[in-house]
Design a protein around this ligand. Structure first.
Ligand SMILES: *[C@@H]1O[C@H](CO)[C@@H](O)[C@H](O)[C@H]1NC(C)=O
Ligand SMILES: *[C@@H]1O[C@H](CO)[C@@H](O)[C@H](O)[C@H]1NC(C)=O
Ligand SMILES: *[C@@H]1O[C@H](CO)[C@@H](O)[C@H](O)[C@H]1NC(C)=O
Length: 348
């Protein structure tokens, strides 16, 4: 296991060095802010220029933005910005409605079940512009550091698109909620940062830990509470694939926040995608509950005290309907199969 991580770090350092050394002369300025240099498995170098706008159609190497509304629930519209413009071309976008953006993580894509379920449940209960980001071409790279590094690019593109939503339809940043799983949470952190942290809310669903928290990067290189007015984080594979420590305004630790989450098969070393995925599944379920119902969580200093029943005050709700005033660490238990939320207040 240690060897595998060493290997990943070496590749990461290699990529970072190549980016900073080889291009020193002519393009040093703006590295990480306006461009990135990446290396693929065949050691070909790729320049990613952040100035290149999200464009129409699926092209290798670019994130694709799909819009769903109540008028096109099953038939996504690809959003794009015409060359050199700051405006959006869309048929379905409705400027009266708020924006929710959702995205996947490493080795995944926008058609993954929990993501579609979040989109469907949101539109069933609320009139919204739901944008899903498909960055599968970049996320499905077996070299994790490559995908990890590229979250910054995808975040920047997302910020550009959201800027265009404001320019075109007048939707302010206080009406935007960004939701991402794993590396997708890091994408949203960057999007928030590039939008001057003015976005209303970012929900990190078990945000990716390797190369963000391990080793610990400065806050401008990972999701934390400086990226939006309210950052809530759900931990379900803490210390392995997901953030171990609390970096949001509110951090929720269902079932201690670690593996194994109830109903997941016993830990199989590094292959525990079940617990890692639970954060997204809990969040998807939370959207369907009315206000004040669903995943009840309690502020507590440590899980042991929660387990002993010492923290039974100041109940709050985890998930979509979490209060933006929530602060600190919260603990809760869940069921091991759907519905995961335990509605009985006396469950401890
Ligand atoms: C990125 O693209 C912009 C606009 O096309 C260009 O001015 C800039 O020089 C490019 N940056 C790099 C590092 O190639
Ligand atoms: C846009 O949304 C508003 C408010 O949700 C709704 O009343 C209106 O009918 C929508 N417009 C279209 C064209 O669907
Ligand atoms: C509950 O909230 C009250 C009032 O805000 C506060 O004084 C108290 O410390 C809180 N208790 C816990 C366990 O967080």
């Amino acid at each position: 296991m240690l060897r595998r991580w060493c290997h990943i770090y070496i590749v990461f350092l290699f990529v970072a060095c190549l980016g900073s050394i080889e291009c020193q002369d002519d393009m040093k300025d703006g590295y990480g802010y306006s461009w990135l240099m990446l290396v693929d498995e065949a050691l070909n170098r790729h320049l990613l220029n952040f100035s290149v706008l999200p464009s129409h159609g699926i092209r290798y190497g670019k994130p694709v933005f799909y819009l769903y509304t109540r008028n096109n629930r099953e038939d996504p519209e690809v959003l794009f910005i015409p060359n050199d413009e700051e405006y959006l071309k869309s048929i379905y976008f409705n400027g009266s409605n708020d924006i929710r953006v959702v995205t996947h993580g490493w080795m995944s894509d926008y058609q993954v079940g929990w993501l579609q379920s979040i989109k469907d449940t949101l539109l069933q209960h609320y009139d919204l512009n739901v944008i899903t980001i498909d960055w599968a071409y970049l996320a499905k790279n077996p070299i994790y550091p490559w995908s990890a590094l590229i979250t910054r690019f995808v975040g920047k593109q997302t910020a550009k698109l959201l800027d265009a939503c404001t320019n075109t339809y007048g939707v302010g940043r206080h009406r935007m909620h960004l939701i991402g799983h794993s590396l997708g949470a890091q994408v949203m952190g960057y999007a928030g940062m590039f939008l001057n942290s003015e976005v209303h809310r970012i929900t990190g669903l078990d945000p990716a830990r390797p190369l963000f928290e391990l080793p610990l990067l400065p806050t401008e290189f990972r999701l934390d509470e400086s990226d939006a007015h309210f950052v809530d984080i759900i931990h379900t594979c803490a210390g392995l694939f997901g953030y171990e420590d609390s970096y949001g305004h509110a951090d929720f630790y269902p079932n201690e926040g670690t593996t194994d989450q109830p109903g997941c098969p016993p830990k199989r070393e590094l292959l525990d995608s079940c617990s890692h995925g639970r954060a997204a599944i809990y969040f998807a379920e939370s959207i369907g509950y009315p206000h004040g119902r669903g995943f009840k969580a309690y502020p507590c200093d440590i899980w042991e005290n929660f387990k002993m029943g010492l923290c039974r005050k100041n109940k709050t709700i985890m998930g979509y309907l979490a209060s933006p005033d929530s602060r600190g660490d919260y603990y809760l238990r869940t069921n091991s199969a759907p519905p995961y939320a335990i509605e009985d207040v006396n469950y401890i």
